[in-house]
Design a protein around this ligand. Structure first.
Ligand code: GLA
Length: 376
């Protein structure tokens, strides 16, 4: 009689042991956050590098300098991890010449024409660092400052790093003391989340974004022209020679900007003067989290899906990379990485038809972007 129950008992024991083992690996063993020193800035500020690892072995290293994602390792279709972001080996290289690899960008990402705008009848003049225009926060934007960091270790489904920075009234020409918090979270669902919050004590403008250069084939694997890109954007904002929007919002249908169905990045790039560096107007006009982009790399099978609460996304095809950027054992040439920067529209302070980027005292700026990784 009793012998009949032995296999059942054994099965229960095996299931229990296996289950516990998984639980341990998941909850305690593998998920971690580690801190190491990563050098000093010219003015003597210590910079740290945090390594976040999720329960599936996905790993990212984030620096307190610029909130920069230095590495991001995700699996291919065979489960092999590969580092899919462009970056450098040392802090000095980032300080010397960084085309915003992996960085947090602010106070205003993208361009503001002639670095000028008017708020409540007062004209403000910002630092100009892109010909006559203001780009990505100016000469010393949020990508070049040291953020305060606090690991968020007590979670069970994710591991996070909270970064804070106070941008002082007048910094790079912007009005108001702006208190910013950015939380990077690596979840056990293989997502890298970037969540932003900010408050000001004087009316100002704000447009924060994240500027990783991705190459889903691996950061040193050559160009990204074979990646298939889909954008949930029926419209885009045409630009002039200096990449300043003309103010129009045009349908992508029938143009080189149509990525509403998956399309290799390289399919039409030769016809796009200078390559892609355009702001796409997302069909979800902002506020709630919705899919903005999906990218597939056929050789490795890696997929990245980006969801955001922002109303737009800048697609930049690494046009200015010219081989002078060497990092992590690789040389980065033209089109060796692409950026998908979730944001409000460029030059919004000077374009009354674009969604406003004004932040008033008492209001809170919020922005959430989720990068989800898988393979097929
Ligand atoms: C953004 C801009 C590009 C370029 C890169 C950095 O994506 O739109 O024109 O400035 O950043 O090189």
């Amino acid at each position: 009689m009793r012998a009949r129950y032995v296999p059942i008992l054994l099965a229960v024991i095996v299931l229990f042991v296996f289950g516990c083992d998984k639980l341990t690996k998941y909850g305690e063993k593998k998920m971690s956050i580690k801190k190491q020193a990563f050098g000093k800035t010219a003015d003597g500020k210590d910079v740290d590098l945090y390594t976040l690892t999720n329960a599936n072995g996905l790993k990212t290293e984030i620096m307190t300098y610029g909130g920069i994602v230095r590495t991001l390792e995700v699996p291919d279709r065979d489960g092999n991890l590969g580092d899919i972001v462009l970056g450098y080996d040392s802090l000095d290289k980032y300080i010397e010449n960084n085309p915003y690899f992996g960085a947090l960008v602010g106070r205003c990402g993208n361009r503001i024409a002639k670095g000028k705008f008017t708020l409540n009848g007062v004209e403000y003049t910002l630092a100009t660092n892109n010909g006559p225009n203001h780009l990505h926060g100016g000469v010393k934007g949020f990508d070049k400052v040291v953020w305060d960091a606090e690991p968020m270790e007590d979670e069970t489904t994710s591991v996070g790093l909270k970064l804070t920075y106070l941008s002082k009234d007048g910094e790079e020409g912007y009005p108001g003391n702006l208190k910013c918090t950015v939380i990077y979270t690596l979840t056990n669902d293989n997502e890298l989340k970037v969540s932003y919050e900010a408050e000001t004590d004087k009316t100002t403008v704000i447009n924060l974004t994240h500027h990783s250069y991705f190459n889903l084939g691996g950061h040193g694997s050559g160009d990204i022209l074979g990646h298939e890109l889909m954008l949930t954007a029926d419209n885009f904002t045409p630009v002039d020679e200096g990449l300043i929007p003309t103010g129009e919002i045009k349908p992508v249908k029938g143009t080189l900007m149509d990525f509403t169905r998956p399309m290799p990045i390289g399919a039409r790039i030769a016809q796009v003067k200078g390559g892609y560096d355009h702001n796409f107007v997302l069909n979800n006009s902002g506020g709630s989290l919705a899919l903005a982009a999906s990218v597939y790399e056929p050789n490795t099978g890696r997929v990245m899906e980006i969801s955001t609460t922002e109303p737009a996304i800048q697609f930049y095809s690494g046009n200015f990379l010219d081989g002078s950027n060497k990092g992590k054992g690789a040389v980065y040439n033209k089109h060796n990485g692409f950026c998908l920067e979730t944001q409000h529209f460029p030059d919004a302070p000077n374009k009354p038809g674009f969604p406003s980027i004004v932040l008033k005292p008492g209001d809170k700026y919020t922005h959430l972007t989720v990068h989800k990784f898988s393979a097929k």
